[in-house]
Design a binder for this molecule. Structure first.
Ligand code: HEC
Ligand code: HEC
Length: 290
């Protein structure tokens, strides 16, 4: 195993030989040597500056005295401070002013959309347009006024929700209570249809009008425009909670209706309820702008 010079590369061999093949004694590339030295240096520096070695009851803390736990605690403190500031900002200001503030909209639109999707869209639909039994929140026809603080109150306490502060809204069944006869219900149905411009039996509708004035106008208004004090819907538009067909309207009058909107006070924070209130307004504004 003598060291000899390879005649082709002029390099020394290591003296190892397998089946006549001899290994060249190639030096380690400089870049590797230097990387090794640098890594070593970095390692020692890290031990000195940062926590590194476990001891019996503690560990070496390093000159920087860094701790990932306190770094996380700091981040949490900063985040909760920001949340506090945001909450104070949203809850202390007037809803109407907030609704017009473009920077507030920019800041909260996305998180409010997620809140809506998680909590409200099952009933009111992903596009806010409602479905049978659940009112449309995208149009401008409000049961309880479009005033933002009224909307916030509805979300907070609900309608027929069982909450102490609930809004109560009930349309009694005029057939089940026998307040109206079958014929009278047919007549007033024709009149209700006429209010939103549907073709009707004019003679029946005319008779229905006087029944409406006596029995219905106190809640739904003289012209069927709706009554915000009792949450009675307008009967003059194309927006129906329970359906605008002759049969659906007849069913409503015969059996009555009592929709339930859950109270969100104990499920969502005041901050989230406020965001949702603004969200409904922003979506309506966006739809109107299109
Ligand atoms: C379980 C179904 C259900 C869920 C979930 C629900 N709602 Fe409702 N909501 C209703 C019903 C039903 C009504 C109408 C009650 C009635 O007929 O009087 C209503 C009415 C409303 C009204 C009043 C509309 C008006 O015209 O005055 C608002 C505002 C409203 N909901 C917002 C929300 C928001 C925001 C959420 C999510 C936090 C939500 N709702 C979740 C069922 C629901
Ligand atoms: C005590 C008040 C009150 C009286 C009186 C009343 N309603 Fe109603 N009506 C309501 C309320 C509240 C609702 C909504 C119920 C709900 O959504 O839970 C409603 C809903 C309706 C609806 C369904 C509207 C929709 O969008 O689907 C029709 C139709 C209707 N009423 C017709 C009548 C007619 C016709 C009469 C008279 C025979 C009448 N109402 C009398 C309070 C009243």
């Amino acid at each position: 195993m003598a060291v000899e010079q390879d005649p082709h590369t002029k390099q020394n061999t290591t003296g190892h030989e397998w089946d006549g093949i001899k290994e060249l004694d190639t030096p380690v590339p400089k870049i590797l040597t230097w990387s090794y030295i640098l890594t070593l240096f970095f390692g020692i520096l890290y031990w000195v500056l940062y926590p590194a070695f476990p001891g019996v009851s503690n560990f070496t803390r390093g000159l920087f005295d860094y701790s990932s736990r306190s770094a996380v605690m700091n981040d949490v403190a900063v985040a909760s401070k920001t949340k506090e500031t945001n909450e104070a900002e949203l809850l202390s200001k007037d809803l109407t002013d907030l609704a017009q503030d473009a920077s507030i909209k920019h800041k909260y639109m996305n998180s409010a959309a997620i809140l809506y999707k998680d909590n409200c869209s099952v009933c009111h639909g992903p596009d806010l347009k409602g479905q049978t039994n659940f009112p449309n929140l995208a149009d401008h026809h409000w049961l309880w006024s479009g005033d933002l603080s009224e909307i916030e109150t509805t979300i907070k306490y609900g309608i027929n929700s069982g909450h102490d502060e609930e809004r109560t809204a009930e349309m009694l069944g005029f057939g089940t209570s026998e307040a109206l006869t079958f014929n009278e219900i047919n007549q007033v149905t024709q009149y209700v249809l006429s209010l939103s411009g549907k073709t009707t039996n004019d003679a029946l509708a005319k008779k229905g009008q006087s029944i409406f004035n006596e029995q219905c106008a106190s809640c739904h208004g003289e012209k069927g425009e709706g009554g915000l004090e009792v949450g009675a819907p307008s009967l003059t538009d194309k927006s129906w909670i329970y359906g605008g067909s002759q049969q659906a309207i007849k069913d409503t009058i015969t059996k009555g209706r009592k929709g339930v909107m859950p109270a969100w006070e104990h499920r969502l924070s005041p901050f989230d309820i406020r965001k949702l209130t603004l969200f409904l307004k922003w979506k309506q504004d966006d739809a109107r702008a299109q």
